[in-house]
Structures are given as C-alpha cells and as structure tokens.
Design a protein around this ligand. Structure first.
Ligand code: ADP
Ligand code: ADP
Length: 249
C-alpha cells in the first residue's frame, strides 16, 4: 500500500533569464514502511523533489504541475500541495519529517537537543505533561545512541555523527509515517556512516515509517534501499529493487 503518491510533478526555478526545469513530470510511489533510495547525479533534481513533497520550497522555486497525495493508515487522503498554513504545521513532524545533510539545517544551534525534542512535543502534542515529554526525549535520544546526560548538549558540543543521530531522534518525536533523509550521512566518515545506516534500518523495523533516502553514493544506496528510483535531468528514469537494478549492465 502506498503512503505517498507523486503524480506528474513539475518544479521550475524562475530567473530573469528564464526557467530551469528542475523536476519534470515525475510520478513516483512510496510504499508504507519501505526505504526508497533516490539516486542521481548532482543537479538531477533529488533535493527539489524532496523539498516539494515536504513543502519546503521557497521562491524562486515554483510548482508547475502535478499532485502529491499522502495516504493515512485509516484510508483518508491528504492533498499535500494544497495544504494551508495550519494543516501544514501538523503535516510536518506528525506525518512527515525531514533530516538534512547538514545537521545544522535540521537542528537549532542555540537550543539543547533535549529541549528541541521537548519543543516539538510541546507544540504538536499539547496533552503530554512536562514529565512525559522529558521521558520521551530521553527515550528517543537513547534509542539513537545518545545518553540521557547528553540531552543538555548543544548541537555544536556533539560530534557530526551524534548531531545526525539527534536530528533523527527529533524527526522520530511524533512518530511520522514518512521521513525524508537528504544525504544524511554524506558529511560523515565511513565507519560512522555504516553505524547510522544500520540504525536507520533498525528504527524502521521498530517504528514502521517509510524513508526516502537521497544519496549520490551507489554502494550506500544498494545497502540501505528496498527499492531505488534514479533521477536524471529532472526525471525519474528508472525504478526497481536494488537487486534488479544491480543486474542492469
Ligand atoms: P540534486 O539534489 O539532485 O543535486 P537539485 O534539486 O539541487 O538537484 O537541483 C536541480 C536543478 O535545479 C539543478 O539544475 C540546480 O542547479 C537547480 N536549482 C536548485 N536550487 C536552485 C535555486 N535555489 N535556484 C535556481 N536553481 C536551482
Ligand atoms: P519558516 O516558516 O519561517 O520558513 P521553518 O522553515 O523553520 O520556518 O519551518 C517551517 C515549518 O517546517 C515549521 O512548522 C517547522 O516545524 C517545520 N520544519 C522545520 N524543519 C523541519 C524538519 N527537519 N522536518 C520537518 N519539519 C520541519
């Protein structure tokens, strides 16, 4: 069953000299609970596609065609591109969260990692008590390998790997159905990268969210993905299982 259905999506970047067609006629499904690897050379449109789905595009980006439908477990459907300001606030974090390449884009540099999880819970889960929020923050951080006492650390006090783990913990805070990860391990060294990939897989088993995992690194992609979509010049030119694509000469 699909959790997300992208149909005929087009995104342009407008400038004085014309439009760059960053995403052109993309149709792509994300299945519930799968890890979909999104690959393609730099500039092929991966981030633009992800940001369109997460509704993070800002001018000069402009959606020129298509639709994005999010399907809840109860069968109801959400027109993602049509969400208004208030609904968007609930959609992000509760249904879809994003982890960026640089933790500095996912994390607020002047708030401790524990307080950032607490903030997300306070705003989006107002019925939770302060004690419940603290308990949940500690539990989430521990789950990604950050000890309870480190929850009072600011992002810059953590290693790059730990910062990405904290960003993942925050993304998990409200149990979203979809997590978009845009090159989340690219800036990390290989050993740390492998650890975090294993962690993402384990978390997926436990929580059941679907992942769109963007990377230009093919070996990484083969390792983590259930299914792969390859972009070229703004289009999805190939989709299939890692195995099937591996056999393609
Ligand atoms: P990828 O994530 O695969 O590297 P992007 O989505 O970042 O690709 O870029 C797709 C295309 O859109 C490229 O041609 C890129 O130059 C262009 N682009 C991306 N961001 C902007 C922007 N803010 N303004 C103008 N063009 C952009
Ligand atoms: P602004 O509206 O001023 O551009 P932001 O871009 O910081 O503010 O955030 C807009 C919305 O996106 C907020 O509701 C915030 O909760 C959400 N948001 C920010 N970062 C993420 C992320 N990594 N994952 C999911 N939602 C996010």
């Amino acid at each position: 069953m699909n959790v997300l259905e992208i149909r005929d999506l087009g995104v342009d970047y407008l400038s004085g000299t014309g439009a760059v067609h960053a995403v052109s006629g993309v149709s792509l499904d994300l299945r519930r609970g799968e890890i979909l690897g999104l690959a393609g050379e730099s500039g092929s449109g991966k981030s633009t596609l992800a940001n369109a789905v997460a509704r993070l595009l800002r001018p000069p980006a402009s959606i020129t065609s298509g639709s994005v439908v999010y399907r809840r477990q109860d069968g109801s459907a959400v027109d993602v591109l049509g969400l208004g300001r208030n609904d968007l606030r609930a959609f992000r974090w509760k249904e879809l969260a994003v982890v960026f390449q640089s933790a500095m884009n996912s994390l607020n540099p002047v708030i401790t990692v524990g307080a950032q999880i607490d903030d997300v819970l306070r705003i989006h889960a107002p019925r939770m008590s302060r004690a419940e929020r603290t308990e949940r923050s500690v539990e989430l951080l521990q789950r990604v390998g950050i000890s309870a006492d480190r929850r009072r650390s600011y992002p810059h006090e953590l290693s790059g790997g730990m910062r990405q783990r904290a960003a993942i913990a925050i993304a998990l805070a409200l149990n979203p159905e979809i997590i978009i990860m845009d090159e989340p391990t690219t800036a990390l060294d290989v050993v740390v990268q492998r650890d975090i990939l294993a962690e993402i897989k384990a978390l997926r088993e436990e929580y059941g969210f679907a992942v769109v995992f963007i990377t230009h690194d093919l070996s990484l992609l083969m390792e983590i993905s259930d299914r792969i979509a390859i972009m070229y010049a703004g289009r999805v030119v190939e989709t299939g299982t890692a195995k099937a694509l591996h056999r393609t000469p």
